[in-house]
Ligand binder design. Structure first.
Ligand SMILES: C[S@@+](CC[C@H](N)C(=O)[O-])C[C@H]1O[C@@H](n2cnc3c(N)ncnc32)[C@H](O)[C@@H]1O
Length: 215
Protein backbone atom coordinates (compact mmCIF):
# COMPACT_ATOMS: atom_id res chain seq x y z
CA UNK A 1 0.00 0.00 0.00
CA UNK A 2 1.39 3.46 -0.93
CA UNK A 3 1.97 6.15 1.70
CA UNK A 4 -0.87 8.21 0.15
CA UNK A 5 -3.24 5.24 0.39
CA UNK A 6 -2.38 4.77 4.05
CA UNK A 7 -3.00 8.48 4.70
CA UNK A 8 -6.28 8.32 2.78
CA UNK A 9 -7.54 5.38 4.85
CA UNK A 10 -6.64 7.23 8.04
CA UNK A 11 -8.45 10.33 6.70
CA UNK A 12 -11.64 8.30 6.19
CA UNK A 13 -11.38 6.54 9.56
CA UNK A 14 -10.60 9.64 11.63
CA UNK A 15 -12.26 12.54 9.80
CA UNK A 16 -15.19 10.99 7.94
CA UNK A 17 -16.41 7.75 9.54
CA UNK A 18 -15.77 9.11 13.05
CA UNK A 19 -18.22 11.93 12.28
CA UNK A 20 -21.78 11.24 11.04
CA UNK A 21 -20.93 9.87 7.56
CA UNK A 22 -22.25 6.30 7.34
CA UNK A 23 -23.29 5.85 3.69
CA UNK A 24 -21.12 2.92 2.49
CA UNK A 25 -21.04 4.30 -1.07
CA UNK A 26 -19.65 7.62 0.15
CA UNK A 27 -17.08 5.97 2.44
CA UNK A 28 -15.91 3.72 -0.43
CA UNK A 29 -15.62 6.70 -2.80
CA UNK A 30 -13.61 8.72 -0.25
CA UNK A 31 -11.27 5.71 0.20
CA UNK A 32 -10.89 5.37 -3.56
CA UNK A 33 -10.40 8.90 -5.00
CA UNK A 34 -6.77 10.13 -4.79
CA UNK A 35 -7.19 13.63 -3.30
CA UNK A 36 -3.43 14.30 -3.69
CA UNK A 37 -3.87 14.16 -7.49
CA UNK A 38 -6.25 17.17 -7.35
CA UNK A 39 -4.01 19.60 -5.40
CA UNK A 40 -0.96 21.57 -6.57
CA UNK A 41 2.39 19.76 -6.08
CA UNK A 42 3.33 22.14 -3.24
CA UNK A 43 0.20 21.09 -1.27
CA UNK A 44 0.46 17.34 -1.83
CA UNK A 45 1.97 16.58 1.57
CA UNK A 46 -1.15 18.14 3.13
CA UNK A 47 -3.69 16.45 0.83
CA UNK A 48 -5.22 14.23 3.53
CA UNK A 49 -5.38 16.83 6.31
CA UNK A 50 -8.68 17.93 7.85
CA UNK A 51 -8.94 21.28 6.03
CA UNK A 52 -9.46 23.03 2.70
CA UNK A 53 -6.33 23.73 0.59
CA UNK A 54 -5.48 26.42 -1.99
CA UNK A 55 -5.76 25.31 -5.64
CA UNK A 56 -4.76 28.61 -7.31
CA UNK A 57 -6.85 31.48 -8.74
CA UNK A 58 -7.81 32.39 -5.15
CA UNK A 59 -9.93 29.21 -4.86
CA UNK A 60 -9.87 26.13 -2.64
CA UNK A 61 -10.52 22.40 -2.61
CA UNK A 62 -13.04 21.81 0.21
CA UNK A 63 -12.26 20.02 3.49
CA UNK A 64 -12.63 16.21 2.96
CA UNK A 65 -15.37 15.96 5.60
CA UNK A 66 -17.46 18.63 3.83
CA UNK A 67 -17.06 16.81 0.49
CA UNK A 68 -18.25 13.58 2.14
CA UNK A 69 -21.14 15.34 3.90
CA UNK A 70 -22.37 17.04 0.70
CA UNK A 71 -22.10 13.74 -1.20
CA UNK A 72 -24.10 11.94 1.49
CA UNK A 73 -26.75 14.69 1.53
CA UNK A 74 -27.02 14.51 -2.28
CA UNK A 75 -27.95 10.83 -1.83
CA UNK A 76 -26.61 9.74 -5.21
CA UNK A 77 -26.97 6.15 -6.32
CA UNK A 78 -25.57 4.32 -9.33
CA UNK A 79 -26.68 5.99 -12.59
CA UNK A 80 -27.88 9.21 -10.90
CA UNK A 81 -27.54 12.42 -12.93
CA UNK A 82 -25.79 15.06 -10.87
CA UNK A 83 -24.98 18.71 -11.55
CA UNK A 84 -22.12 20.36 -9.67
CA UNK A 85 -21.69 24.15 -9.68
CA UNK A 86 -18.06 25.00 -8.83
CA UNK A 87 -15.76 22.31 -10.30
CA UNK A 88 -12.63 23.83 -8.70
CA UNK A 89 -10.06 21.04 -8.65
CA UNK A 90 -12.51 18.37 -9.88
CA UNK A 91 -12.22 16.38 -6.61
CA UNK A 92 -15.88 16.64 -5.51
CA UNK A 93 -16.94 15.68 -9.05
CA UNK A 94 -14.62 12.65 -8.92
CA UNK A 95 -16.12 11.57 -5.58
CA UNK A 96 -19.67 11.85 -6.99
CA UNK A 97 -18.54 9.88 -10.06
CA UNK A 98 -17.01 7.19 -7.84
CA UNK A 99 -20.48 6.82 -6.24
CA UNK A 100 -21.69 5.79 -9.71
CA UNK A 101 -23.18 9.14 -10.83
CA UNK A 102 -23.01 10.77 -14.27
CA UNK A 103 -21.69 14.20 -13.31
CA UNK A 104 -22.12 17.54 -15.13
CA UNK A 105 -19.86 20.17 -13.55
CA UNK A 106 -19.57 23.91 -14.29
CA UNK A 107 -16.67 26.17 -13.29
CA UNK A 108 -16.62 29.94 -13.78
CA UNK A 109 -12.80 30.28 -13.78
CA UNK A 110 -11.72 29.02 -17.18
CA UNK A 111 -8.17 28.05 -16.09
CA UNK A 112 -9.59 25.86 -13.29
CA UNK A 113 -12.15 24.24 -15.61
CA UNK A 114 -9.37 23.33 -18.06
CA UNK A 115 -7.07 21.96 -15.37
CA UNK A 116 -9.84 19.89 -13.76
CA UNK A 117 -10.76 18.48 -17.17
CA UNK A 118 -7.12 17.47 -17.76
CA UNK A 119 -6.72 15.92 -14.29
CA UNK A 120 -9.96 13.92 -14.57
CA UNK A 121 -8.90 12.64 -18.02
CA UNK A 122 -5.39 11.78 -16.75
CA UNK A 123 -6.96 9.71 -13.95
CA UNK A 124 -9.25 7.91 -16.44
CA UNK A 125 -12.47 9.31 -14.91
CA UNK A 126 -14.93 9.34 -17.81
CA UNK A 127 -18.30 9.97 -16.18
CA UNK A 128 -17.64 13.68 -15.45
CA UNK A 129 -18.43 16.38 -18.04
CA UNK A 130 -16.83 19.76 -17.30
CA UNK A 131 -18.01 23.06 -18.77
CA UNK A 132 -16.42 26.49 -18.36
CA UNK A 133 -19.00 29.18 -17.46
CA UNK A 134 -21.38 30.59 -14.87
CA UNK A 135 -23.43 27.85 -13.17
CA UNK A 136 -26.19 30.25 -12.12
CA UNK A 137 -28.50 29.02 -14.91
CA UNK A 138 -27.56 25.37 -14.46
CA UNK A 139 -27.13 23.01 -17.42
CA UNK A 140 -30.64 22.87 -18.99
CA UNK A 141 -29.72 20.42 -21.80
CA UNK A 142 -28.65 17.79 -19.24
CA UNK A 143 -31.59 18.37 -16.82
CA UNK A 144 -33.51 17.07 -14.93
CA UNK A 145 -31.04 16.10 -12.21
CA UNK A 146 -31.37 13.70 -9.30
CA UNK A 147 -29.07 15.98 -7.32
CA UNK A 148 -27.36 19.35 -7.63
CA UNK A 149 -24.34 20.20 -5.48
CA UNK A 150 -23.20 23.83 -5.27
CA UNK A 151 -19.71 24.30 -3.80
CA UNK A 152 -19.66 28.11 -3.52
CA UNK A 153 -21.85 30.20 -1.20
CA UNK A 154 -24.84 31.94 -2.79
CA UNK A 155 -26.66 34.92 -1.22
CA UNK A 156 -29.90 33.27 -2.35
CA UNK A 157 -30.82 30.03 -4.11
CA UNK A 158 -30.63 30.35 -7.93
CA UNK A 159 -34.18 29.61 -9.23
CA UNK A 160 -32.92 27.79 -12.36
CA UNK A 161 -31.19 25.20 -10.20
CA UNK A 162 -34.45 24.41 -8.35
CA UNK A 163 -36.28 24.12 -11.67
CA UNK A 164 -33.71 21.59 -12.98
CA UNK A 165 -34.34 19.09 -10.14
CA UNK A 166 -36.55 16.09 -10.78
CA UNK A 167 -39.29 15.33 -8.23
CA UNK A 168 -37.52 13.80 -5.23
CA UNK A 169 -34.24 15.42 -6.33
CA UNK A 170 -32.08 17.38 -3.87
CA UNK A 171 -30.17 20.65 -4.13
CA UNK A 172 -27.27 20.83 -1.64
CA UNK A 173 -26.10 24.43 -1.33
CA UNK A 174 -24.33 26.77 1.11
CA UNK A 175 -26.53 29.86 1.48
CA UNK A 176 -25.45 33.13 3.08
CA UNK A 177 -24.49 36.71 2.33
CA UNK A 178 -21.22 36.73 4.22
CA UNK A 179 -18.36 34.42 5.21
CA UNK A 180 -19.70 34.30 8.78
CA UNK A 181 -23.35 33.56 8.05
CA UNK A 182 -23.53 30.57 5.76
CA UNK A 183 -25.72 27.51 6.27
CA UNK A 184 -25.53 24.31 4.28
CA UNK A 185 -29.10 23.69 3.07
CA UNK A 186 -30.86 20.81 1.32
CA UNK A 187 -33.86 21.70 -0.89
CA UNK A 188 -35.82 18.57 -1.83
CA UNK A 189 -38.32 18.84 -4.69
CA UNK A 190 -41.70 17.38 -3.79
CA UNK A 191 -44.87 16.94 -5.91
CA UNK A 192 -46.08 20.32 -4.73
CA UNK A 193 -43.01 22.42 -3.91
CA UNK A 194 -39.76 22.15 -1.93
CA UNK A 195 -38.81 20.95 1.55
CA UNK A 196 -35.92 22.94 3.00
CA UNK A 197 -33.54 21.57 5.64
CA UNK A 198 -30.76 23.57 7.38
CA UNK A 199 -27.85 21.20 8.04
CA UNK A 200 -24.73 22.89 9.49
CA UNK A 201 -22.96 26.28 9.49
CA UNK A 202 -20.23 26.30 6.80
CA UNK A 203 -17.58 28.59 5.26
CA UNK A 204 -17.35 28.50 1.47
CA UNK A 205 -15.80 30.88 -1.05
CA UNK A 206 -18.52 33.10 -2.57
CA UNK A 207 -20.48 32.16 -5.68
CA UNK A 208 -19.68 34.86 -8.26
CA UNK A 209 -21.28 36.00 -11.54
CA UNK A 210 -25.00 36.43 -12.21
CA UNK A 211 -26.01 35.54 -8.64
CA UNK A 212 -24.35 38.86 -7.65
CA UNK A 213 -26.16 40.74 -10.43
CA UNK A 214 -23.17 40.55 -12.82
CA UNK A 215 -23.83 39.82 -16.50
C1 LIG B 1 -14.76 25.70 -2.86
S1 LIG B 1 -14.33 25.86 -4.55
C2 LIG B 1 -14.74 24.33 -5.27
C3 LIG B 1 -14.28 23.08 -4.72
C4 LIG B 1 -14.45 21.98 -5.73
N1 LIG B 1 -15.80 21.45 -5.73
C5 LIG B 1 -13.42 20.92 -5.54
O1 LIG B 1 -13.76 19.76 -5.30
O2 LIG B 1 -12.23 21.27 -5.66
C6 LIG B 1 -15.67 26.79 -5.32
C7 LIG B 1 -15.56 26.92 -6.80
O3 LIG B 1 -16.75 27.54 -7.30
C8 LIG B 1 -16.40 28.33 -8.40
N2 LIG B 1 -17.51 29.25 -8.68
C9 LIG B 1 -17.86 30.39 -8.01
N3 LIG B 1 -18.96 30.95 -8.56
C10 LIG B 1 -19.32 30.15 -9.61
C11 LIG B 1 -20.37 30.20 -10.58
N4 LIG B 1 -21.25 31.20 -10.61
N5 LIG B 1 -20.43 29.21 -11.50
C12 LIG B 1 -19.53 28.19 -11.51
N6 LIG B 1 -18.49 28.10 -10.63
C13 LIG B 1 -18.40 29.06 -9.67
C14 LIG B 1 -15.10 28.99 -7.94
O4 LIG B 1 -14.37 29.52 -9.02
C15 LIG B 1 -14.40 27.81 -7.25
O5 LIG B 1 -13.56 27.11 -8.13
Amino acid sequence: MSAYETERRRMVDEQIEAREIADPRVLAAMRQVPRHEFVPAAERAHAYEDRPLPIGEGQTISQPYIVALMTQLAGVGRGARVLEVGTGSGYQAAVLAACGAEVYSIEIVDALAKRAQQDLARLGIENVHVRSGDGYRGWPEAAPFDAIVVTAAAPQVPPALLSQLRTGGRLVIPVGETWHEQTLQVHTRTETGFDVQDVVPVRFVPMTGAVRGKP
